[in-house]
Design a binder for this molecule. Structure first.
Ligand code: SF4
Length: 217
């Protein structure tokens, strides 16, 4: 059985060559995801933005720094979890001389989600923290959800505990301290669940694009 690094390297190569939807035309880099592939906790967002497209890394812009801060407040850091998006290329439109973020279409999401499904098979997480409604809908396989009703509560989906939470960009753009505390509380709940399940976080194995590509077994 190949190890996770080998499986991830092969998957990443397939995604790098992917032209299955039109988003490849405007991408600078695919955004595969990063962190510890053996982590019991997988964090999922919807799609890369401009900084992620430039760096090939998930959650590295303003929202990423905010997420790092929230992880820290829950006594975690990104090397202990795995962070990925449903979409592997940035959905954007050309406006004048710049590319502007846009939500992915249903069709684009459907086409691209095969890559995240494969990542989930490889990582085999016990807990998924889904950030925002689109990622939560995808992971729960539902067309409609009410985030204000399900946020902050574990929902068991097969053998995975899903914690729906708020997306850092949404909190930064529309909300404030109260919502930040909700996200921190949801991350803490995931941390506690890891302990409750008798699992732990290890920092020794890291899979990332830049500035280093380490995977120390
Ligand atoms: S968004 Fe996904 S399906 Fe579309 S080109 Fe990129 S990797 Fe392929």
């Amino acid at each position: 059985m190949p190890n996770k690094k080998t499986l991830f390297d092969s998957l990443k190569n397939q995604i790098r060559n992917c032209k299955d939807c039109s988003l490849w035309e405007l991408r600078t880099n695919i955004v595969f995801g990063e962190g510890n592939p053996n982590s019991p906790l997988l964090i999922i967002g919807e799609a890369p933005g401009a900084t992620e497209d430039q760096t090939g890394r998930p959650f590295v812009g303003k929202a990423g720094k905010f997420l790092d801060q929230c992880l820290k407040e829950a006594s975690l850091d990104r090397e202990q979890v795995f962070i990925a998006n449903v979409m592997k290329c940035r959905p954007c439109i050309i406006e004048g001389k710049t590319n502007k973020n846009r939500p992915p279409t249903k069709e684009e999401t459907k086409i691209c989600s095969k890559w995240l499904k494969r990542q989930i098979e490889i990582i085999n997480p016990k807990i998924i923290l889904s950030l925002g409604a689109p990622a939560t809908k995808f992971i729960l396989n539902k067309n409609t959800i009410k985030m204000n009703e399900i946020r902050g509560t574990f929902i068991q989906s097969e053998d995975i505990f899903v914690m729906p939470s708020l997306h850092p960009s949404y909190i930064l753009t529309y909300k404030g301290e109260a919502e930040k505390q909700m996200l921190i509380s949801d991350i803490k709940a995931c941390h506690n669940k890891v302990q409750e399940l008798g699992l732990c976080f290890k920092k020794s194995e890291i899979y990332t694009e830049k500035p280093f590509d380490l995977f120390n077994i």
